[in-house]
Design a protein around this ligand. Structure first.
Ligand SMILES: Nc1nc2c(ncn2[C@@H]2O[C@H](COP(=O)(O)OP(=O)(O)OP(=O)(O)O)[C@@H](O)[C@H]2O)c(=O)[nH]1
Length: 340
């Protein structure tokens, strides 16, 4: 049986950072990551630092809804695909959900699909909650509470930026039976996160503590169909043709964070900076906080355009495009945007 770890946690809470660490461990060389991206222009797979063979993408929607079938197919075909390509045997799978996903339906799929049950077993649910935004996020977003409620292990991230005690207190009632551990920049021991041997305790807890209240179009997933994610959360993607000057771009981000911080649930970007176009800048914003940008050694693919993903509440797409155009001195037609 191949163990499956489900890695979940709210937007920007540190899932990909942890995943990168885990995938870099020599002992996990046979591990394949399945990443679910929310948004038309997925960036996560570009930020995960392993060869493409070790990644499978589910990019058609939220993993707990429309892409559940994709997940089932992907898992079914995984071993075959590896064998056909002469790749090492798959020894473990880590599924990273979107920050807005309810992990329960994924666990259900693993527990009820006969083909999957025969080959895979749930090794545990690891949920990241960040010390900076965690308390507010848990209070305001039912998805985040669900992610905490089904956890076997809650990793409290970013305790280097903010004290962990308030978020620990908030978690005590939400996920009383989960183990809690502080982690900075994804630095964990494998033995801490693997082999959680969750069994099915999560299911009881999930069904009690959690009602799945976000809508989806999958008739099989059994949701109550009355809202989509937190109803007013939307995701926009932008592609910018021209390189931008860093000072202008940074000013725009600062302006945005100051004006709309609380509603800026997540900003991710791969940015072509005019001063150094060979080395894109990766930017991460989580509500008010923009993490220090990271420069990649090279572009992860041939596409060198700036790509930005915004997951926001109560912010118009037009406002983002307009202010970017103004701050970065870009012609409006040079910014293409879509509801992601
Ligand atoms: N200071 C600090 N920064 C962290 C820590 N963990 C993650 N980060 C940063 O937080 C930002 C978001 O981290 P990600 O790992 O991309 O978060 P995520 O949960 O995958 O985000 P989504 O894919 O949007 O849901 C990045 O800039 C990380 O470098 C930590 O423990 N300390």
């Amino acid at each position: 049986m191949i163990p499956v770890t489900v890695l979940t946690g709210f937007l920007g809470s540190g899932k990909t950072t942890l995943l990168n660490r885990l995938l870099g461990e020599p002992d996990l060389a046979g591990t394949v990551a399945i990443i679910n991206e929310f948004g038309e222009i997925g960036l996560d797979h570009l930020l995960v630092e392993v060869t493409q063979e070790r990644l499978a993408l589910l990019d058609n929607g939220c993993v707990c809804c429309t892409v559940r079938d994709d997940l089932v197919e992907t898992l079914k075909e995984l071993e075959q695909r590896h064998k056909a390509a002469g790749l090492p045997q798959v020894t473990r799978v880590i599924i990273e959900t979107t920050g807005l996903a309810d992990p329960a339906p994924i666990l259900h799929a693993l527990m009820v699909e006969p083909d999957l049950m025969a080959r895979y077993r749930i090794d545990g649910v690891v949920t990241t909650v960040d010390a900076v935004n965690g308390v507010e996020t848990l209070a305001n977003h039912p998805e985040a509470r669900k992610q905490a409620a089904v956890a076997d292990l809650v990793l409290i991230t970013k305790s280097d930026l903010a004290p962990a005690a308030p978020v620990e207190a908030a978690l005590a009632s939400l996920s009383p039976t989960a183990r809690r551990q502080l982690v900075v920049d994804g630095a964990v021991r494998l033995s801490d996160v693997l082999g959680l041997a969750a069994g099915t305790q999560w299911a009881e807890r999930a069904d009690e503590a959690v009602t799945h209240d976000h809508a989806c179009s999958d008739p099989h997933c059994g949701h109550h169909h009355h809202s989509h994610h937190s109803s007013d959360i939307v995701s926009y993607a932008f592609v910018v043709e021209e390189p931008v000057r860093w000072a202008d771009f940074r000013q725009w981000l600062e302006y945005f964070a100051a004006l709309k911080g609380a509603d800026l649930l997540r900003v991710k970007g791969l940015v072509n900076i005019a001063e150094e176009p060979e080395r894109p800048l990766v930017i991460h914003g989580v509500q008010h906080i923009f993490h220090p940008p990271r420069r990649l050694d090279a572009w992860p693919s041939d596409d060198r355009r700036t790509r930005l993903v915004f997951i926001v509440k109560n912010i118009e797409r037009e406002m983002i495009a307009r202010t970017l155009s103004k701050f970065a001195h870009l012609a409006p037609e040079g910014i293409r945007s879509a509801a992601a």
